[in-house]
Ligand binder design. Structure first.
Ligand SMILES: Nc1ncnc2c1ncn2[C@@H]1O[C@H](COP(=O)(O)OP(=O)(O)OP(=O)(O)O)[C@@H](O)[C@H]1O
Ligand SMILES: [Mg+2]
Length: 263
């Protein structure tokens, strides 16, 4: 990553507590413009919690955080105008058509009627869905829903897009196509902040952080992390960081058999 790129996400000592439980424990990192930043961690590590704070949807307990140059405490509305968010659990309305979903989100993101019409045309053409714009979301395969949800999160041409497990449950070929869309966005200068449990996708990121129990325990390029931990792939990096005792266990199993255990 070029160091002369501007910082789009600035996080220092982010803490988020739910009662006495610490979900985000002193996170500090920067994300640069046009970067694909992978935000990794086991289930419950605290990824969605942090992402919601960065999107201006939840208040941090403490820490200094700016997103697109705006303060998360005082400028939430300005943050929301400059970001797109594809949430982990919910994205599109099943009982609306493709075009209706685009129209709805265009309105939510503050576009005018005319802008919405233009963007719907562009997005449908890009996804080669012009002929299917009246199809209900419920009738689409999951991979298509996810690609559409990503496009909808970019309908207002945001500076930063947050994707929370955008490819969960999607087949490998469709996941590759999804990553083509991510690369295309990054090439246009959009900053991508993405969580995933798929370690092949971690390899596609410019840099990744790995969260363990609310802390960031590793943060670097995939290449540097593999060197540091003396392993061949991100799967093994993840295991070394998230389960440090794993490799010293009596029964050594090839890490390729462990995907289920990571998740
Ligand atoms: N509103 C809340 N109240 C109390 N605890 C919460 C709340 N939201 C999240 N948590 C807890 O914070 C921890 C982190 O949750 P979070 O959803 O951020 O994890 P995650 O890394 O996104 O996990 P996953 O990979 O399963 O999506 C979990 O233990 C979760 O139960
Ligand atoms: Mg999550």
């Amino acid at each position: 990553m070029d160091n002369d790129k501007s910082i789009e996400i600035h996080v220092r000592n982010l803490v988020k507590k739910f009662g006495s439980f610490v979900a985000n424990n002193n996170l500090s990192f920067d994300v640069y413009q046009g970067e694909i930043f992978g935000f990794l961690g086991a289930n419950g590590a605290g990824k969605t919690t942090a992402m919601r704070i960065l999107c201006g949807l939840s208040h941090p307990t403490s820490g200094e955080i700016t997103v697109a140059g705006f303060d998360v405490y005082k400028q939430k509305e300005l943050i929301k105008k400059n970001i797109g968010y594809m949430s982990q659990k919910f994205s599109l309305y099943d009982d609306l058509t493709i075009a209706e979903n685009m129209e709805l989100y265009g309105g939510i993101y503050g576009l005018s009627r005319k802008q919405i019409k233009v963007r719907i045309g562009e997005l449908l053409e890009k996804l080669q869905l012009t002929d299917r714009q009246s199809t209900l979301i419920a009738d689409l395969p999951l991979g298509w829903k996810q690609k559409l949800a990503f496009s909808v999160a970019m309908i207002h041409k945001p500076r930063i897009v947050f994707l929370d497990e955008p490819t969960g449950g999607v087949d490998p070929i469709t996941r590759r196509q999804f990553w083509d869309l991510i690369y295309e966005a990054a090439n246009q200068g959009i900053t991508l902040f993405v969580t995933t449990h798929y370690m092949d996708e971690a390899e596609y990121c410019d840099r990744v952080s790995i969260m363990v129990d609310g802390r960031i325990d590793a943060l670097d390029t995939p290449g540097n992390l593999k060197n540091k931990y003396q392993v061949q792939n991100m799967n093994d990096v993840f295991i070394k960081v998230a389960r440090p005792d794993f490799f010293s266990q009596q029964y050594t199993v090839s890490s390729s058999h462990l995907n289920n255990q990571i998740n």
